[in-house]
Write a protein that binds this ligand. Sequence first.
Ligand code: NDP
Length: 295
Amino acid sequence: MSKLIDGRAIGEKVYVDLRHEIAELKSRGLTPGLAVVLVGDNPASRAYVRSKDKISRELGLHSVKLELPASTSQSELLARVEELNRDPAIHGILVQSPPPKQIDEAAIVRALDPRKDVDGFHPLNVAKLALEDPTGFVPCTPLGVLRLLRESEIDISGAHAVVLGRSMIVGKPLALLLMQKGTDATVTIVHSRTRDLSAITRSADILIAAIGQPNFVKAAHVREGVVIVDVGINRVEDATNERGYRLVGDVAFDEVAEKASSITPVPGGVGPMTIAMLMSNTVKACRGLCSGGCP
Ligand code: NDP
């Protein structure tokens, strides 16, 4: 039976370090500030925004939750982003995805001050990741996955890491992060057009699934001793659950856990690490913006 990689416990370790850093910043009169913008009333987005706000308050950050109606126009949202860019009390800005249809999300991301782009989606930060420039911001989920692997003492250097999925939020930045000098994985990305996907996944030492397909990865996709990180968060109907659904990952946990050496659960794996890395990026943004002194 495999070892469980506990994202909640590792996230708590991150918070212990962050509390020290935040106390040190506060002793210099600096309070890191995070603004989370929610447009519309998507229930999953609302839940994410609530937990980000709750955790930033618990850590003692200055937390601003901006809830805008679903009818918000592109120009109205751009104006709010500009205000936050100018606000000296705000060091990190996140616009919760997905926005309503009338919003051009890419244009909103480009309008963010890249020094406050704690989600790491601005083109300048994407370039910095590719260039291995540590002053940039790396998207929170890939950063959380790397931290989970490191804290679990998984041997990444030289390992064959297979990433399932090529999104700009998870798959692509994660591949860049894993292949960086100093991390040194040999990376393969697979996606919906990949031929003979299971032959590739079976050759993985580390398999990271981020495709949004419930229970897609089966025992036949993996070899004995593989390390599994399941990024997927999928709602599946469940009449026995009072909410009418339950959350499952992209990996069929029970059968794959029989073969894996280590595996993350869903929930309680990557999810808590994503929020912990958002807090960490906000503290980093505060340090960066205030290195010459903040007002
Ligand atoms: P996207 O839908 O943006 O991307 C999915 C990727 O998976 C695409 O590259 C797609 O390929 C690929 N894919 C889809 N189906 C298959 C298939 N059958 N075989 C091979 N590849 C496939 O998803 P995200 O990256 O945004 O999210 C992925 C999952 O991770 C979701 O469940 C999401 O909820 C979860 N997630 C969890 C987070 C966390 O904090 N734990 C944070 C972010 C996401 P193609 O490009 O060819 O279409």
